[in-house]
Design a protein around this ligand. Structure first.
Ligand SMILES: *Cc1c(COP(=O)(O)O)cnc(C)c1O
Length: 218
């Protein structure tokens, strides 16, 4: 099934759109199956889980961190991640910068926008996005590559995706030093079609690739 799902999605997605297979709760075997079918980027939400599957899968794929990142876990994820999509505070960015400096790395990051202004969700509020990008762009071991948002589920997400795209375009126009507004990461299984219409060029898809998850709370 994973194979057919991946092939179907890769055929469906327009050129220039990157597919991140959101692999929380999935096994190394499932990830390897997805990779064999053509998945190039795996998204992980939890540091411990990422470490576990990384041991088996290694650099056969690229690893994007897409979960809420705690400062005390940054050192571990810096060793694995090729991109951190969920930078939502100056303090977190500072910690990533410090750990990357020690590791001799420059980490591509996306700034997470809380486009739905949801209390339970992480991210920078839309009106604070520009300032956050300006401040975080000063770190030399971080490279801002765009924005990411979750947004509320499915079709209702459209106005939040639109809003995030507008912020993306505005910041892009400013040509801030050290900032490359290249990637707009929006859309999951129930919302990726809407997200593509609203300009996403990274979609993060879990269930549609791996099947329904056992859990119900994310
Ligand atoms: C789980 C998750 C996804 C994918 O969700 P699905 O509904 O399974 O496609 C995308 N992005 C993030 C941040 C996630 O945690």
């Amino acid at each position: 099934m994973i194979k057919e799902n991946v092939k179907g999605l890769l055929t469906e997605l327009p050129d220039g759109v990157q597919l991140v297979a959101a692999a929380k709760t999935r096994t190394s075997a499932e990830i390897l199956e997805a990779a064999a079918a053509g998945i190039k980027i795996i998204g992980e939400n939890y540091v411990q889980e990422a470490q576990k599957v990384f041991r088996d899968v290694g650099r056969k794929v690229l690893w994007h961190f897409i979960g809420h990142l705690q400062k005390n876990k940054v050192k571990k994820i810096v060793e694995i991640a090729d991109m951190i999509q969920t930078v939502d505070s100056y303090d977190l960015a500072e910690e990533i910068d410090k750990r990357c400096l020690n590791a001799g790395k420059i980490m591509p990051v996306l700034i997470e926008i809380n486009s739905g202004r949801e209390k339970q969700k992480a991210g920078v509020l839309p009106e604070d996005a520009e300032e956050a990008v300006r401040n975080i762009s000063k770190f030399s071991n971080i490279k801002i590559k765009g924005l990411m948002t979750m947004g509320p589920g499915s079709e209702e997400a459209r106005p939040y995706f639109t809003k995030t795209r507008e912020i993306f375009e505005q910041i892009k126009k400013m040509n801030l030093p050290g900032v490359e507004m290249k990637y707009l990461s929006m859309g999951m299984t129930n919302s990726y079609k809407v997200a593509l219409e609203e300009g996403a060029n990274i979609v993060r898809i879990g269930s549609l690739i791996f099947g329904e998850r056992g859990d119900a709370n994310d």
